[in-house]
Write a protein that binds this ligand. Structure first.
Ligand SMILES: Cc1cc2nc3c(=O)[nH]c(=O)nc-3n(C[C@H](O)[C@H](O)[C@H](O)COP(=O)(O)O)c2cc1C
Length: 209
């Protein structure tokens, strides 16, 4: 069955995209506005981009034609933290997605602890197994009012890992991390079943002259 984007209404186009790009990791973004307003919200339009320097991208859709609090704070300060939620934090993470007024502190709302970062001013979520301190690199706006999207690119300046979460090689242990991902609507994935599939090893022949 073929669906042409141009024949669909705006809401259907959006729902088809989030139902097709699955499962999505969730960036649980903490920010601090210039006036000291603390904010925390989840974003599943999220990916790592680039290896070195390490960057990631999070995208915030327009909300009632204006900016979401996260985007506003990031544009004000140029800093944010991407926290990663595990199974225990799933409910708290979803709780922080409510359409709260700008001044509402979602850390307090969800019973979470703001912990200081090493470089950036916004706090991280102490309970999160991973937190990445980011400096804004660029915001790219796509689309037009009232349904635009801002893609926020950030450079990762520092990682915080929960004690015991790293393997002997110094990498996150997926069995201990137990990350969650978003599927469609209110459906989430618990990443309990995993497989090791080695990549093919291609023998390099003699250089072609
Ligand atoms: C798991 C999850 C993922 C979400 N992903 C996004 C996203 O990628 N982009 C977006 O604009 N909103 C997303 N939302 C909705 C925002 O979290 C919601 O609009 C929130 O109120 C934004 O908060 P803020 O205004 O404090 O920035 C998501 C919600 C949930 C529950």
């Amino acid at each position: 069955m073929l669906r042409l984007a141009k024949d669909l209404d705006s809401a259907t186009r959006y729902r088809l995209l989030i139902g097709s790009v699955v499962p999505r990791p969730v960036a649980w973004v903490s920010t601090l506005g210039n006036a000291g307003v603390l904010n925390l919200a989840p974003f599943s339009y999220f990916m790592g981009v680039g290896g070195d320097p390490p960057h990631l991208a999070v995208s915030a859709n327009a909300h009632r034609g204006g900016e979401k609090d996260t985007l506003r704070n990031i544009e004000e300060t140029g800093e944010f933290v991407v926290n990663i939620a595990d199974e225990e934090l799933l409910d708290a993470m979803v709780l922080t997605s409510g359409d709260h007024a700008y001044g509402v502190d979602e850390f307090a709302l969800a019973g979470l602890t703001p912990a200081p970062c090493a470089i950036v001013r916004p706090p991280r979520v102490r309970e999160a197994p991973i937190a990445m301190e980011c400096r804004l690199a660029q915001v790219v706006r796509l689309g037009a009012a009232p349904r635009w999207t801002a893609v926020i690119f950030g450079e990762v300046l520092a990682w915080h890992f929960e004690d015991g979460i790293l393997t002997d090689e110094g990498l996150p242990d997926m069995g201990l991390l137990r990350p969650v991902a978003r599927m469609i609507g209110d459906e989430y994935l618990l990443t309990r079943e995993r497989r090791i599939v080695p990549r093919p090893k291609i023998e390099k022949g003699p250089p072609v002259v």
